[in-house]
Design a protein around this ligand. Structure first.
Ligand code: GLA
Length: 740
């Protein structure tokens, strides 16, 4: 890995064995983009790739060439990275190279989550300062390349070097120009309970984007986009991935212009955004991750998984085995008392489950969702001995204890609202819109963040609490803060995110042993910004195994298994009413951080025994399920959508678990093979089936030791489901592979 600078050609070449990123200081001093993609040879100039004159409408007026950080008003009419309103009302900024530094490692960003290095030698960072002496704007563009990751991490620090305030209208983290537009725009889109569904459509002339204006990244679109060739599959073909390390209003946008080139930009959503930059002040953008693969989406995902798991998630839990939890939400909702919770915990403990999570309803007078958010005092009529007594009893069982909180929220019916109505976000002249009967606290106010830090610290210090599920159940309406002057209200949404990050930062530092799981009505804020503080997230409120196939498939495009929290719940399923076999529910939830969300005291002895087996199986393969290399094999979004298959492989390829899921049963199914990936072609693998009860009657005897070469090239012969024990819808089967 190296960052080369040639004073002669005035080119930067950021390179490792997998990717190259080339930038050139153009003749007029602008910073031109030359190339990002597969690694190129070092020590050469690639300046000739910068297009010469071409007959664009404005080619003689300005700069039709790709720029690293384009701005408007100088002849490039495409989507800008930077838009500024200057003191004279004009908006022209023309950034020219001023200086650069090449630094070992990677520095953090003030106030924002970011990827990091453990050792300075893992990465190098290029900081290029570009400036406009008329506008008196100076931008430090940051690029980090790691030694062994096919990606570049980018960001920008925009400073006002003049004597009058300017207003940022758009301050992107990154812009990237690609020389053609033969790409598909792949997004992870959906809604509450159906997050991260894969959508893939050919790029067309004009703009296409995903974004949020909700104050959270949202259920609707994840802050991730891939550009794939039409023929790109999981295994083959080019793909670029763009991800924003941010949890608020974001924009990921592509523009195809008439010459057929594509510009991507990623950053804070300019819609509703403005930022007043006083003289000497600086705006720091969130960072964007730009990754490239020549071997399909599988390799692209692996790059994101490794980066997010190893160098974005932080703290003591980064590399630790995550506990198997039992959560009482779907078991009891708000209707519980200490004996009921202890019965659930004790039964769960007998089944091998490791941590009990007390969900919503333990505080204030919260017997339903209309009240008490903000009143984080334990409800003594439900829990007479308080959290401490319950937590200690749970610990005495041999389990650990965790709680649910929703610190950013406030119910109208709460003591906190009676004391501090001004802390709820709203515009004084308008009614506030309620969402789930609640308002959102103004996290842009430092006193609110301080108050929440005190309150949540008090709770975490009051009992042996080892896990926190931090929820966020509604989006922001009437964005406004009375603490900001009128001309700074456009800063509100970003300042909200900064407040959330500050609270997370302080709490995770004050309680380094606590495992945080983020949640926003399921996957409403499942993003890299949250992952920096909470290494796992509740992927969806939809716990139905069949719906989860799609949700977890999509979520796994950028996010590692260690981030995806997945629970086995009761049937009929509470979200869709579907009845699926218990084994299928587990076989889906295994691929992530496993938990249970049901009342085990109501199950039959046979079901409890099944769960005990599941828990034991998961513990045996936990390393693979949480930190293995995840490979998607058959998509629930393609073909007849009746099947899904995926697998997780040990980094040394000595073991793997394959999951195959058949949604609707078929009459007279033909023989089928499933080609595996990521194995060692020279190894022999012992193949066993889970659940083992499903031995298939008839058919040729299955060899139990198979070659990695055969499994990858010819495929694994799937059991047919003609045997009566195997008939029925929603069947899953796992294949465990162990190198002999
Ligand atoms: C959200 C979460 C659920 C549960 C409820 C409690 O919907 O996603 O898992 O915690 O809130 O109110």
């Amino acid at each position: 890995m190296a960052i080369e600078w040639s004073a002669e050609t005035r080119e930067f070449h950021l390179r490792n064995d997998q990717v190259s990123y080339v930038i050139r200081v153009l003749e007029n001093g602008s910073l031109g983009h030359v190339y990002f993609g597969a690694a190129l040879a070092q020590g050469k100039s690639y300046g000739h790739l910068v297009p010469g004159e071409f007959f664009g409408f404005s080619n003689r007026l300005g700069q039709p060439v790709p720029l690293e950080f384009p701005s408007g008003g100088i002849g490039d009419y495409r989507i800008p990275a930077l838009a500024v309103e200057l003191p004279d009302g004009s908006g022209v900024v023309d950034l020219r190279y001023r200086s650069h530094r090449i630094l070992p490692g990677k520095a953090g960003l003030p106030g924002l989550p970011s990827t990091y290095v453990d050792l300075g030698s893992e990465a190098e960072t290029l900081e290029v300062t570009v400036a406009d002496h008329v506008a008196q704007i100076e931008v430090r563009l940051l690029y980090t390349i790691y030694r062994d990751r096919p990606l570049v991490v980018r960001g920008a620090r925009i400073a006002n070097s003049g004597t009058a305030a300017v207003v940022l209208r758009s301050a992107m983290s990154a812009s990237l120009d690609l020389p053609d537009s033969d790409w598909e725009f792949l997004t992870l889109s959906g809604e509450w309970a159906r997050e991260c569904h894969v959508e893939r459509l050919a790029l067309r002339p004009g703009r296409q984007s995903v974004s949020s204006t909700r104050g959270a990244s949202g259920h609707q679109h994840n802050p991730f986009v891939a550009l794939t060739r039409p023929a790109t599959t999981e295994e083959y073909g080019e793909a670029y991935g763009f991800s924003l390390v941010y949890s608020g209003n974001f924009l990921l946008e592509a523009e195809v212009e008439p010459f057929g080139t594509t510009r991507m930009r990623a950053g804070v959503n300019p819609d509703g955004f403005s930022w007043l930059l006083e003289p000497g002040a600086e705006f720091v953008t969130p960072e964007a991750v730009l990754a490239f693969s020549r071997a399909g989406l599988g390799e692209l995902s692996d790059a994101f998984h490794r980066l997010f798991r190893e160098r974005l998630a932080g703290g003591a839990w980064r590399d630790r085995d995550r506990p198997i939890v039992i959560n009482n939400w779907e078991a009891t909702y708000f209707d519980f008392d200490e004996p009921k919770l202890l019965a659930i915990a004790s039964t769960a403990h007998d089944l091998g489950i490791e941590l009990f999570v007390l969900d919503d309803g333990w505080f204030g007078r919260r017997d339903n969702d209309t009240t008490s958010l903000g009143d984080w005092q334990v409800n003594l009529s439900k829990l007479p001995g308080g959290l401490d007594s319950l937590a200690r009893k749970v610990e005495d069982l041999g389990m650990r204890f965790g709680i649910w909180i929703e610190p950013e929220m406030i119910s109208r019916q709460s003591q906190l609202f009676a004391q501090h109505p001004e802390w709820a976000i709203g515009i004084p002249t308008r009614p506030r819109t309620e969402g789930r009967n609640q308002y959102v606290l103004d996290m842009s106010r430092p006193e609110v963040v301080n108050y929440l830090f005190q309150v949540v610290s008090g709770i975490l210090g009051s009992a042996p609490i080892s896990y926190v599920k931090w929820d966020m159940n509604r989006n922001i309406t009437e964005p406004h803060s009375p603490t900001l002057p009128a001309w700074r209200q456009g800063e509100f949404m970003h300042r909200y995110s900064l407040g959330v990050y500050s609270l997370y930062d302080r709490l995770t530092k004050a309680f380094p042993g606590v495992l945080f799981e983020s949640c926003a009505g399921g996957g409403g804020r499942f993003d890299p910004g949250m992952l920096a503080f909470a290494p796992q997230a509740w992927a969806s409120d939809d716990t139905d195994a069949i719906e989860r196939l799609k949700i977890q498939w999509g979520t796994s495009l950028p996010y590692p298994l260690s981030a995806i929290s997945a629970h086995v719940s009761a049937v009929p399923n509470h979200q869709v009413g579907r009845v699926t076999p218990l084994a299928t529910r587990a076989a889906v939830a295994f691929f992530g951080v496993l938990g249970y969300e049901l009342d085990p005291t109501t199950l039959s002895a046979q079901e409890r025994a099944e769960i005990a087996d599941q828990v034991a199986f998961y513990k045996q393969w936990r390393e693979l399920f949480q930190r293995g290399r995840f490979l998607r094999l058959r998509s629930p979004f393609e073909g007849d959508r009746d099947e899904t298959a995926w697998m997780t492989v040990a980094r040394d390829a000595r073991s793997a678990v394959v999951g195959h899921y058949r949604i609707l049963s078929r009459p007279n199914p033909g023989p089928q093979r499933l080609r595996l990936r990521g194995l060692d072609p020279a190894a022999s693998y012992r193949v066993s089936i889970w659940p083992s009860a499903g031995q298939v009657a008839g058919g040729p005897a299955r060899p139990i030791v198979l070659g990695g070469d055969e499994l990858m090239a010819a495929g694994l012969v799937l059991e047919s489901n003609r045997a009566s024990a195997e008939r029925g819808d929603f069947r899953a089967r796992l294949y465990v592979l162990e190198a002999t």
